[in-house]
Write a protein that binds this ligand. Sequence first.
Ligand SMILES: [Zn+2]
Length: 301
Amino acid sequence: MNRRNFLALTTALVALPHLALAQDRLTVVTSFSVLNDMVSQVGGDRIDVATLVDADEDAHMYQPTPADARSLSDANVVVVNGLGFEGWMDRLIEASGFAGSVIVAVDGIATRDMPEMEGHAGHDHGAFDPHGWQSLANARIYVANIAQGLSAADPAGAEVYAANADAYLAQIDATEAELQDLLAEVPQDRRTVVTSHDAFGYLGDAYGLTFLAPQGLSTESEASAADVATLITQIRAEDIAAVFLENVTDSRLVQQIAAETGATVGGTLYSDALSGPDGPAATYLEMMRHNVATLAAALKP
Ligand SMILES: [Zn+2]
């Protein structure tokens, strides 16, 4: 072997471990943008992660594409919220021939029942509120489930996932303190608000806010005229201060309710999807901060 060939060979050998590393990265598909950010935080450099439902898109109403089936068929792990949030996922997994492991992020939270609104027509969604990510206490459980699931699929990365999860949990704790400070100035009699659909029950339970919505748990259910009339009466009777738009729902109904009742439109909340990278809710923790800051700004006297 001449010197030049020898150099080429050693260069190739040095490059090999990097190649192997790139191939060893776990391929992870997540169902929606909020979960995608959490999984990226825990998985770090050891995973390649992509979401099916993008920023500002509505996961309730999502129609999977052939490209989604292809990305699932190549994936090692899929991460879903669960509790019926992604009603389309089981069929997609089956159609794709996906043979990896499924992490259900919501497993183990204290689920909220979803009481039907009076006069609200029955609908075929789950009995529990699926929007678990809307409380930081639940997010800690999501993070633990994600770290455990990634470690099971990639045992060599277990220490990395645990360390990433710990660092992320510390950020969650810091954000929790910020949210409590933001809401401290909102008086008890100004803590009931209106949004389009019932996405914020866990946030309300965590911070002493009451959310009313003309649409039920899922954006798939239509608000009936009776529901809207009941809500308008309630807004007037209880002197509800503000109504809020959501990034994933049509704003017309809430705008109409605001016009009829004289309630202020307090801003846009990010319910079931992050904003794009340049928006105010580009990550899960930015989303939580933006939502609570928007609520507090509108509700403070
Ligand atoms: Zn929703």
